[in-house]
Design a protein around this ligand. Structure first.
Ligand SMILES: Nc1ncnc2c1ncn2[C@@H]1O[C@H](COP(=O)(O)OP(=O)(O)O)[C@@H](O)[C@H]1O
Ligand SMILES: [Mg+2]
Length: 284
């Protein structure tokens, strides 16, 4: 059974139709990865799922809490929907003047009215789970970007949500610490968390996800088994996008001339190469 159901979701900013009829089911205990070009609406989709953005129409159901955006839902209904989700942002959104543990227990105590004693006990358990029990008293600036992001994950878990939403959780991190964060996420998947992850970590997606979705211009273009969608896509737009993700230089069809090669033939480097393809990217 689907834990998250999205039906005919439409969202515009002014004239900009950002989501154009999104339908998606995420089964309980499964991981769905969303990929797609910058600006195609991935962040907006996650924000609509938990009611941070208000769609014009469509329905979102999480674990039997359903919000129908056509019938102008109440604040209470939106709050109930949001309470079912935990959100992990692209860059760490920790409170700078609070320790790791204080960041984790803030939501349960002030948002949910849990006792401090309970929140500290559970918060320490979560910090342990993300490998940071020994840094509970550290302030965000004393932690690496990857550690901060793991505190961010613990903070999302502390609210005991039904559904975890990740918005490019590793894209702001140095390459060598990306793996630590992905490993924490893989462990969460193994524990049975239901997760929707916007990421361009294709290897992670094919290893951990149960479903992959390719979005472009506010629509789902292709979805299904991650191995198929990400490694053997059927749709030309998916193929084109993944080709660029896997080989960022794939589209620059101007022959690359290195400075050393140029000096070897003793000719000045051309400022502009002949033909249409020049410059970075080379696509119009
Ligand atoms: N708060 C906003 N106000 C106006 N336009 C927005 C807002 N948020 C996003 N957009 C626009 O919506 C489109 C999709 O943005 P976004 O969902 O952030 O894409 P992605 O996460 O796939 O890069 C972009 O054209 C962006 O400029
Ligand atoms: Mg985004």
């Amino acid at each position: 059974m689907a834990l998250l159901e999205i039906r005919e979701l439409h969202k515009s900013f002014g004239d900009n139709q950002v989501l154009r009829g999104i339908q998606l089911d995420v089964p309980a205990g499964s991981v769905t990865v969303i990929v797609g070009p910058s600006g195609c609406g991935k962040t907006t989709l996650l924000r609509c799922v938990n009611g941070l953005e208000k769609p014009e129409s469509g329905r979102v159901t999480i674990d039997s809490t359903s919000v129908d955006w056509v019938s102008k839902p109440s604040k209470q209904e939106i709050h109930e929907l949001r309470a079912k989700t935990g959100f992990v942002f692209q860059a760490h959104h920790l409170f700078p003047h609070r320790t790791a543990l204080e960041n984790v227990i803030e939501g349960p105590i002030y948002g949910q009215g849990k006792s401090r004693e309970w929140a500290v006990g559970y918060g320490m358990e979560l910090l342990e789970q993300v490998g940071l029990a020994d840094r509970a008293g550290a302030f965000p600036h004393e932690l690496s970007g990857g550690q901060q992001q793991r505190v961010g994950i613990a903070r999302a878990l502390a609210l005991q949500p039904k559904l975890l939403l990740f918005d490019e959780p590793t894209s702001a991190l140095d390459p060598e610490i990306v793996g630590d964060v992905l490993q924490v996420m893989r462990n969460l998947a193994r524990q049975g968390w239901t997760m929707v992850v916007v990421t361009h970590e294709i290897h992670f997606a094919t290893q951990v996800a149960n479903q992959a979705v390719f979005m472009d211009q506010g629509q789902i273009v292709e979805q299904g088994d991650p191995q198929q969608v990400l490694l053997n896509p059927k749709q030309p737009r998916t193929q084109e996008f993944l080709r660029r993700v896997l080989d960022p230089l794939a589209d620059s069809d101007a022959p690359f001339v290195s400075p050393t090669e140029t000096s070897a033939v003793d000719a000045p480097a051309p400022l502009i190469s002949s033909g249409e393809g020049h410059g970075v990217g080379g696509h119009a």
